[in-house]
Design a protein around this ligand. Structure first.
Ligand code: 6R9
Length: 649
């Protein structure tokens, strides 16, 4: 059966930045003449010293190196703030919508943003932050998060935002890995009517950390906090003492703008490093074209700044374009399931960008929450983070978009900096569940997983790789270039390997099938199974643990943990709760296992390798098709696991 397709409306095609013809022509040129194409796109941003070299890239293993606009210099904050002052100083840059709808929203103009960023930068400077230094940002979704990021960029310092849902231990690991000079936090973080004591978390993290950064604290809730007087400073006190003038530093295009830690299939999270010049060009271009953003539009991306989506599509992309970007502190279901739609109505949102997990959760609450709101301002709907199932896509389309709004299903990664596969609303017909076609400059390839052979036929199923670089690509893993090369360029020589599986249909459309490595995607958050396993085995009663994903109605994937206890420890419900709380504390609430199965033993090969394929099948409740089990050291183990499986859906 042919997939149902949704072509762009005539109005959209006529008014959009890119229509079907311009897409075809621009795409052709972007591949045939990347130098010329990206030289032109590089002019989207202001350079202090214009670049003369556009692209200098090698994907050849092991000498991978990626450079764009390498001899140009710029300042990212000046691009996101200063250059708009002359034309749109009074325009709102950031609309901030607080957690509690009874509290007033704030509108921060570009002129105000400029003053906040300059003062913030001067505060950091007075704390000793210089170009190249690392600053960890552990903040809730408040405007100060954007000020902090831009203040770092203004000084040429490298920020690393750590999602405020991460535990003190996870925070300490990141502070240590990048050797942060300053950690920026808030007293507390209200979310969904509850408060997380962020400053307490930082206090605890700094007890365990081997680095001793200073700590800058934003007052958000006014709650009592424990204070270390030679280490901690209040932002509001410091700001009052510094000037509102801070000249932007000149940085090289290839100087790092930020580090963002993300989960991989092995070991500890990797510090993904993004550049200043190429990243900004790519974030700005994709924000404008994918969402078909026009001057005066109100644009809302519901992500958290702790993830890459918040970096590229709340802060850098929109602000580089002089957009009005909405920042939301709360959650979709507080005070009730109409919150997203009420915020859209209240601020007359034109582009709305969220994750499938939120769509599924809201879909489950019924249509009335949507239908009571006026969503007529919405022109484009977007989704990101995981494959969207057609049922959720259809609900988004029919109920939220009222059948009149294009949906852009954007496939990309922390590593890619911006969208790689996505429909363009005025150009590309959509199919529910497909991220459709490549963005400009992106040459996808589908490879046979085992042989690594690129499949030439249009219809193909395999692993998704990209043949050549684009300006927004990550440059390295912080402090570990070898890990960068081995993770993304070793298995399939000459290609960037995404870690995702995919299918390409007869129309050349891409359908992402999910990760092919030991990474699971829980509510759109990437989680390495190895990370959860090492948290579990760090508990004194746990001998061994194996973690896999399983299909979960709302979260996309849930976390299924097989746990072998130490000899003599009784498997009780209390212990199950204790382990859940333990993982929450070790990593954060997003890593809490949904199901824990007591496993007297794990299925292993004779050489001692855990056979995850079997564990995945049992977790999926698909135990009838376990495949070849002949290499198992003790086949009896499997029978017990099947019999006591926790997922019976
Ligand atoms: C931006 C972001 C990346 C992984 C990626 C893939 C999954 C993201 C998707 C999608 C299907 C989409 N993913 N967008 N899968 N369709 N539109 O989410 O970055 O947190 O690094 O996750 O998310 O599996 O490899 P990140």
């Amino acid at each position: 059966m042919a997939d149902k397709t949704y072509p762009p409306s005539a109005e959209m095609a006529a008014a959009a930045h890119v229509n079907a013809e311009t897409y075809a022509e621009m795409y052709r040129r972007s591949i045939a003449d990347p130098e010329g194409f990206w030289a032109d796109e590089g002019k989207r941003i202001d350079w202090i010293k214009p670049f003369t070299r556009v692209k200098n890239v090698s994907f050849a293993y092991p000498d991978v190196s990626i450079r764009w606009y390498e001899d140009g210099t710029l300042n990212v904050a000046a691009n996101c703030v200063d250059r708009h002052l002359a034309t749109r100083g009074d325009q709102t840059a950031i609309i901030w919508e607080p957690d509690d709808p009874k509290d007033a929203a704030r509108h921060i103009s570009y002129a105000e943003l400029h003053e906040h960023v300059c003062r913030f930068a001067n505060v950091l400077k007075s704390m000793g932050v210089e170009k190249g230094d690392r600053v960890v940002i552990y903040l809730p979704m408040i405007p100060e998060a954007a000020y902090a990021m831009l203040a770092c960029a203004r000084l040429g310092a490298v920020h690393s935002v750590v999602f405020a849902g991460f535990s003190p231990d996870a925070l300490a690991n990141r502070i240590d890995d990048c050797k942060a000079k300053v950690v920026i936090t808030a007293d507390g973080a209200p979310r969904g009517g509850r408060v997380t004591n962020l400053k307490d978390n930082v206090n605890q993290a700094l007890v365990n950390s081997n680095t001793d950064p200073l700590c800058l604290v934003v007052r958000r809730t006014g709650q009592q906090v424990a204070w270390v007087s030679d280490r901690d400073r209040w932002l509001h006190e410091m700001e009052a003492e510094v000037s509102a003038d801070c000249p932007p530093a000149e940085v090289g295009a290839e100087d790092p703008l930020f580090i963002l830690y993300t989960s991989g299939s092995t070991g500890k999270p990797k510090g993904v490093v993004h550049s200043s010049g190429g990243y900004l060009v790519y974030a700005a271009m994709t924000q404008q074209i994918t969402f078909d953003y026009h001057d005066g539009d109100i644009y809302w991306c519901t992500a958290d700044v702790g993830w890459v989506t918040g970096h590229s599509y709340i802060v850098y992309g929109p602000l580089a374009n002089g957009a009005t970007t909405l920042m939301f502190e709360g959650v979709p279901t507080y005070p009730d399931a109409s919150r997203f739609w009420q915020v859209c109505e209240k601020h007359k949102v034109n582009q709305f960008y969220t994750a499938p997990t939120a769509i599924r959760a809201l879909m489950g609450q019924g249509n009335a929450f949507v239908e009571k709101c006026d969503l007529s301002s919405i022109k484009v709907l977007g989704t990101v983070g995981e494959p969207i199932n057609p049922e959720a896509w259809n609900w988004y389309n029919d109920v939220v978009g009222n059948g009149r709004v294009p949906i852009v299903d954007t496939w990309w990664q922390t590593e890619t900096g911006g969208h790689l596969l996505t429909p363009l609303p005025g150009a590309i017909a959509t199919k529910p569940g497909s991220a459709t076609l490549p963005f400009f400059g992106i040459e996808p390839a589908v490879l046979e997983a085992e042989s690594g052979k690129e499949i030439a036929e249009t219809e193909a199923t395999g692993v998704l790789c990209i043949k050549d670089s684009w300006p927004g690509q990550m440059r390295t893993v912080w402090g570990d270039h070898e890990r960068f090369v081995s993770t993304y360029f070793e298995q399939y020589k000459g290609y960037y390997f995404s870690g995702d599986g995919c299918r390409r249909d007869a129309d050349g459309y891409y359908w992402i099938t999910g990760r092919v490595d030991d990474v699971i995607n829980v509510s759109g958050h990437r989680m390495g199974t190895a990370e959860v396993e090492s948290a579990l085995v760090a508990h004194e009663k746990v001998a061994e643990a194996a973690v896999v994903g399983y299909p979960h109605k709302i979260k996309g994937q849930g976390i299924y943990a097989y746990v072998t206890l130490m000899n003599g420890v009784a498997p009780t419900d209390d212990l199950r709760k204790e382990l859940e709380a333990w993982v929450r504390r070790e990593i954060g609430p997003i890593a809490k296992p949904d199901l824990i199965q007591w496993a007297p033993g794990l299925p292993k090969t004779r050489s001692g390798k855990i056979m995850r394929r079997i564990l995945r099948k049992i977790a999926e409740n698909d135990y009838g098709a376990l495949g070849d089990t002949s290499t198992l050291a003790d086949p009896g183990v499997v029978e017990d696991l099947v019999e006591n499986r926790m997922n019976r859906d």
